[in-house]
Design a protein around this ligand. Structure first.
Ligand code: ADP
Ligand code: MG
Length: 317
C-alpha cells in the first residue's frame, strides 16, 4: 500500500487520518479501513480505501463507464485514475457472508430476497451504450478448477480423484465452454457472491464491480446461488427471482430461463470451487471447511447435470 499517496489524497479532501488498518484476505489489491477526521464537518468518518494491483484495475474503468448506473447500488466516494489507481468507499461494515451461516433460515430467506430484488433492479436498467464487455462462457473456469484440484490431489491424501472426473465429465457431456446464453442480455454485476454484498442502513449494497459485463441475468443469480449451502434456499432463488422479474413486467421464456440457470450455475460452481481451493491454499480456510465446500459443490454439479440430461432426454423422445 502506498500510504503516502493515500494520506495526500485524503488531505486534499480535508480529511485527516486518525487510524488505518489493512484488511487481510486473498484480494486483488490492497484494502484498508480508514478512520478520518473531516475538517469540514468536524466529524469522524469511516472509509474503505482500495488500491488496485497493476493489471487488476478494471474496476476503475468500469466505474468511469457506468458511474450513473452504479450510484444507487454502491457507495463510492471517490475514484483516482492516476497511478496508484484507487477508490474510496464508505465503510459498509461486514459482508453478508460473515454472519450468514449462523442466521435462522427465515432471516436467510429475507436477506436473499432483498439481494435478488436489488439484482432485479440492476438487470432492468436499460443497457444502452455502456461500453461494458460481453460475458461469454469459456473453458477458463474448467481449466482452472482442474488445475487446482490437481494440485490439491498431489498435496493431500484426502483429495478424491472423483472430483476431477466430475468436472471433466460435465464439461464433456454438456459442452459448458461453448454454451450460448439464451436470455436477453442485461447489465450484470458479475461477482455477487456474499463477500461482495453488504447490508447497511436497511439496504443492500454491492461492491467489487470488476467483472461487470453484459450477459444473461442468470449470471448474477447463479453466482449468488453457489454461495448458498441449503437445498430449500437454493430452489427458492430462481423462483423468487422470476417473481421479481414478473412484477417488473420482464417476462423470460421458461425454457431459456432454466437452461441458462443450469449451465451458468455449473460454470460458476466450477469457478468458485477453484477459488475456494485457492483460499484454502492461502490459509484462509480450514481443511474441514474446504472439504465440505468441495463435496457440496461437486454434489450440486452432479445434480444439475442430471437435471439437464433428463430435460434433453424428454425432448428427444
Ligand atoms: N465498502 C466496504 N465496506 C466494508 N468492507 C469492504 C468494503 N469494500 C471492501 N471491503 C472488504 O474488503 C474485501 C475485498 O474487497 P473487494 O472490493 O471485494 O476486493 P476483491 O476484488 O479483492 O474481492 C470485501 O470482501 C470486504 O470484506
Ligand atoms: Mg470481492
Amino acid at each position: 500500500m502506498h500510504v503516502r499517496h493515500m494520506e495526500r489524497r485524503l488531505r486534499e479532501m480535508n480529511l485527516e487520518i486518525l487510524s488505518m488498518k489493512e484488511i487481510g484476505g486473498a484480494h486483488a489489491g490492497n484494502i484498508c479501513k480508514v478512520e478520518a477526521l473531516s475538517e469540514n464537518e468536524n466529524t469522524r468518518e469511516h472509509y474503505i480505501y482500495k488500491e488496485f494491483a497493476e493489471k487488476r484495475d478494471q474496476e476503475v474503468e468500469i466505474h468511469k463507464n457506468i458511474e450513473e448506473i452504479l450510484t444507487p447500488f454502491s457507495r463510492v466516494v471517490k475514484v483516482w485514475e492516476t497511478s496508484p489507481k484507487a477508490m474510496m468507499m464508505w465503510d459498509l461494515g461486514y459482508p453478508v457472508k460473515a454472519g450468514f451461516e449462523a442466521l435462522p433460515i427465515g432471516e436467510k430467506k429475507i436477506l436473499i430476497s432483498d439481494i435478488l430484488k436489488v439484482l432485479t433492479s440492476l438487470h432492468c436498467v436499460e443497457a444502452v451504450q455502456t461500453n461494458l464487455p460481453i460475458h461469454q462462457l469459456s473453458s477458463e473456469w474448467k481449466d482452472w478448477c482442474l488445475e487446482q484440484l490437481g494440485k490439491l490431489g498431489s498435496r493431500k491424501s484426502w483429495a478424491s480423484p472423483k472430483w476431477e472426473r466430475t468436472i471433466q465429465e460435465v464439461n464433456d457431456r454438456l459442452d459448458i465452454p461453448h454454451y450460448q446464453s439464451k436470455c436477453p442480455s442485461v447489465i450484470t454485476h458479475g461477482d455477487p457472491h456474499l463477500e461482495n454484498v453488504f447490508y447497511k442502513d436497511e439496504r443492500i449494497w454491492l461492491i467489487d464491480w470488476e467483472w461487470a459485463a453484459i450477459g444473461s441475468p442468470l449470471r448474477d443469480v447463479t453466482i449468488l446461488m453457489q454461495d448458498i449451502y441449503d437445498d430449500d434456499l437454493i430452489s427458492y432463488v430462481p423462483e423468487y427471482y422470476l417473481q421479481c422479474l414478473r412484477e417488473r413486467g420482464f417476462i423470460l421464456d421458461n425454457d431459456d430461463f432454466w437452461s441458462d440457470l443450469s449451465y451458468l450455475y455449473i460454470d460458476h460452481l466450477t469457478m468458485m470451487l477453484a477459488w475456494e481451493v485457492e483460499k484454502y491454499f492461502q490459509g484462509h480456510l480450514s481443511e474441514k471447511r474446504i472439504r465440505g465446500i468441495i463435496e457440496w459443490k461437486i454434489g450440486e454439479i452432479e445434480r444439475v447435470q442430471s437435471e439437464v440430461m433428463d430435460r434433453k432426454n424428454k425432448f428427444s423422445h
